[in-house]
Ligand binder design. Structure first.
Ligand code: THG
Length: 273
């Protein structure tokens, strides 16, 4: 078994936008999906993100997400991260999650999303939830405005008895290739969230940062390290990619989150890659 990192890893691979996964969902290839799941757990994923959005309508997505939940759980209780922009899809799947430890991905400042997700959260107040820092006007370009959206969502969730430590604010990494300030805007948002709400957790879909650039993994892993330096608690990543967990171990050692660098040392002593 590999050494644990402190950062919470949400494994992103079971996502219908990936060609093989989309095909496996359409063909109900359970073996393929279970392998994607176990492989990510073996590589240190704490949660498995499940996204069944094939663009074939709500009824299909509902059926497919339910199938994904049941399929991965045949091997045991696994902390799942239900990934859909449609609250009804999430509602249908959350009932089937066996583990107490589960996550909704996501709520946002969008009116319909708030109205759809809050009643679910009322039924599952112990559930973790990702809160996107965007609203009906899109993703704000200014960090301060993203923080305003986070503030509003945090207060709505607190009203529903969600604990701060169960809220994961997604500060929304945007491609640095299409706007050279995109990286720093995200980091600024992250920093402000941690200052204003120290108990609230933070996360992001890491690979957005590198969209359109060559050698994406280089950008991804350095942004991961930078983000950890700014206090990021979690990330949605592919943990099977070499360099991702290594970046986490290194970054945590470098900012004093790894006493005597023991995790770093153990990982590289004991693990045969
Ligand atoms: N925030 C939150 N949730 C998210 C995202 C986010 N969920 C979805 C996404 N963004 C993160 N998950 C993935 C899953 C798979 C891939 C990228 C992000 C992926 N992409 C391939 C690529 O970019 O090269 C394309 C697909 C393919 O393989 O053809 O694999 O930001 N809260």
């Amino acid at each position: 078994l590999k050494q644990e990192v402190e950062m919470i890893i949400i494994g992103e691979r079971i996502n219908a936008t990936r060609k093989n996964v989309g095909k496996a969902i359409a063909e109900k290839n359970a073996e393929f999906i279970r392998k994607e799941c176990s492989n990510q757990i073996k590589n240190g994923a704490h949660y498995i993100d499940l996204n069944a959005g094939l663009g074939r309508g709500q009824a299909q997505e509902k059926e497919d997400l339910l199938w994904l939940v049941n399929t991965v759980q045949e091997t045991g209780e696994i902390p799942l991260c239900l990934d859909s922009s449609d609250p009804q899809v999430i509602e249908g799947a959350i009932k089937q999650c066996k583990s107490e430890d589960k996550m909704i991905n996501s709520i946002s400042g969008e009116k319909e999303r708030i109205e759809g997700i809050l009643p679910i959260i009322e039924k599952y107040p112990e559930c973790k939830i990702i809160a996107l820092t965007m609203d009906d006007s899109g993703i704000p370009a200014e960090a301060g405005k993203r923080v305003d959206i986070a503030e509003k969502l945090i207060s709505l969730l607190r009203e529903k008895e969600v604990k701060d430590e169960n809220i994961f604010v997604d500060f929304l990494a945007q491609p640095v290739g299409t706007g050279s300030d995109n990286g720093i805007i995200s980091l600024e948002t992250l920093k402000k969230i941690k200052q204003q709400f120290p108990k609230v957790k933070t996360t992001c879909g890491l690979s957005n940062i590198s969209f359109g650039l060559p050698e994406r993994e280089t950008i991804n892993k350095y942004f991961l390290a930078l983000s950890i330096g700014y206090g990021m608690d979690s990330a949605i990543v592919d943990p099977t990619v070499y360099g991702i967990r290594e970046a986490i171990f290194a970054a945590e050692a470098l900012i004093g989150k790894d006493e005597f660098c023991m995790n770093y040392i153990k990982n590289f002593r004991e693990n045969v890659k």
